[in-house]
Each structure stands twice: as C-alpha cells, then as structure tokens.
Design a protein around this ligand. Structure first.
Ligand code: CP
Length: 318
C-alpha cells in the first residue's frame, strides 16, 4: 500500500503488532510537522477545535498523560482528565460503565491507560469513540514505541538496518513489546538482554536476538534503549538485589562504550537512576531521553490529528 492510501481516520490505536509500516511512516511524518508547532512561541493550531478528548488513566503517569493533554490543547481540542482516585471508579464503578458514561457525553477520543492486558481492545469493543491505548498492563504502549522510533529516525536518519539493544525488564514491559513490533516492521535488528527471569519465554520467535549478557546486546549497537525495573509488577525474587542488578545488568559508561561511538541512549522514563541506568550517562552526551519526552508530544499530536481528521498534512495554523 502506498503512503497516500493510508488513513488512520476513526481507527483505534491499540498496538504496534497490528499496525503496518506504512501507517507508522504516516504517523512519523505527521509528527515531524507537529514538532514545528511545539517549537513556536504560540503553540496553538485550530485544527481540532470543537473536538473533545478524555484521558482515562487507571495507572499513574507523568509523560503520557501530560503530553496527551498538551497535544489536544495545542491543536485546539477540549481535553478532560479522569484518574481512578478522583472518579467514580473509586466508588466501584466498572470499566465498562465508566466507558459508557464517557461515551454518553459525546467525546471523540478516549486515551486510556489500564493495568489489564487487553483492556484497550475491550474498550474499543464497548464504545464508539476512538480508543488510543496509553498502556495496557504489560501488553503494549504504542505511542511510546512510536516516539522511540521517531527519536531514532531524528538522530540516525533511518531505522532499517540499525542494531537496537533493549536492556532490562522485558517481561513486564509494554514499552519493550511495542518497540519490538515497531522496530521489526521498520527493518531494525533488535537485540534484548536482561536476567533470564525477566525475559519472556519464546520471545525469540518474533525474530529478535535474545542475550543473557548485556555486553553481547550492547556490542556495536547503534541504539540502546534501557528499560525501567518495574517493581510494582514484579513478584519478589526475580533478581537477587538492586545492587546485584546494577552490577550485572545496569547500563553504565563502561558498558555503553561497547556500543558504537555515536550510540544513541534512550529510556522511556521514569528512570531508576543507579539501578538500570547510571546517573552520569542518563543525561550525558549520548542521551536522547529529554528529546524523547518532547517527541512524545509531537507523536501524540500527530495521532490525535490523524484519527480525527485523516490525511497526511496539517492545515496551516493561524
Ligand atoms: N514512558 C511513560 O509511559 O511514562 P509515564 O508513565 O510517565 O507516562
């Protein structure tokens, strides 16, 4: 399918496993245009005036929720945030009833984060507004995967053919899954490494390279994406101690030196500095972590625009 034929209008964004490379290209190209708006003094375009977006977050978030809110506002939409603690979910209202209630208010998009894998798919089957998955358990976090690919393309000029090493807690990571599906579709060579207990069984069947030693994955890597140890999703005993983890699997300056000289260091955040990533490299010269946050805003603006308006180009802003 050529790029001109691709449309995401009214499409739920549930994950990258089912998204085509042409659709990803469309999002990345549109995000490039959106980044120009973020760089202006007056960050406003009237493109989504009259549209409404609800951020429905059942799990904590700083980056994703804030950037979806700003993305909607920069494009002129009305944006409302609902969190578990301040909504009727705290009184026992079910996910289904919450979704139906939001739908009854006539919203156009529901951006949802929930601890259950498959919850975004469920939401899409229950209500008509477009559902954008902002993270469903350990399953997928498609906008993070897209912003990571956008960042790689910004610095490296391409994705195909690059060696991308993903290090850490792969088992509990929706970021890892979305990155793996996205990067494979775009032609990257994906390597993962971490403790055996934090690597999903059978993951090598996807076509990625699996290592127990971080050093092997880092060797001559173009990009290193370090993942957070997700203590909140772990049972005890998956690795001996935080100190042991940092010593054997933590990415530090010495290990990073195994990668290519111009390696790009990434982390989706929030970071456990001193655990999975050494403090001195987190914001060092090779780090793109702050740029990832900025790019997250551009990607989310692009998605809101594409699912509501379609097309490949935004209208000139006032
Ligand atoms: N990367 C990410 O999803 O961060 P938040 O949990 O802060 O949204």
């Amino acid at each position: 399918m050529s790029k001109a034929q691709v449309s995401l209008r009214n499409k739920d964004i549930l994950g990258l496993e089912t998204m085509s490379a042409a659709e990803m290209d469309l999002i990345l190209d549109t995000a490039k245009e959106m980044k120009n708006i973020i760089d202006r003094d007056i960050k406003k375009a009237p493109t989504l005036r009259g549209k409404s977006i609800v951020n429905l977050f059942f799990e904590n978030s700083t980056r994703t929720r804030t950037s979806f809110e700003l993305a909607g506002k920069y494009l002129g939409a009305d944006v409302v945030n609902i969190s578990t603690s301040s909504s009727s979910v705290a009184k026992g209202e079910s996910l289904r009833d919450t979704l139906l209630t939001v739908e009854a208010m006539g919203v156009d998009i529901v951006v949802m984060r929930h601890e259950a894998e498959g919850s975004a798919q469920f939401a899409a089957s229950v209500v008509k507004p477009v559902i954008i998955n902002a993270g469903d358990g350990a399953h997928e976090h498609p906008t993070q995967g897209l912003l990571d690919m956008f960042t790689i393309k910004q610095y490296k000029g391409k994705i195909a053919g690059l060696k991308v090493a993903i290090i850490g807690d792969i088992l509990h990571s929706r970021v890892a899954r979305s990155n793996i599906w996205g990067l494979l579709a775009m032609g990257a060579e994906v390597h993962i490494a971490g403790p055996q207990t934090l690597l999903p069984r059978g993951i090598e069947k996807t076509g990625i390279h699996v290592h127990n030693r971080v050093e092997e994955a880092l060797d001559q890597a173009d990009v290193v994406n370090v993942l957070r140890i997700q203590r909140e999703r772990q049972q005890k005993g998956l690795f001996p101690s935080a100190r042991e983890y940092a010593r054997i699997f933590g990415v530090n300056a010495k290990r990073l030196a195994l990668a290519k000289e111009d390696v790009l260091l990434m982390h989706p955040g929030p970071m456990n500095r001193g655990l999975e990533i050494a403090p001195d490299i987190a914001y060092g010269e090779q780090s793109a972590i702050q740029e990832q946050v900025k790019n997250g805003l551009a990607i989310r603006m692009a998605l809101l625009f594409l699912v509501l308006m379609g097309g490949t180009h935004i209208e000139a802003a006032n």
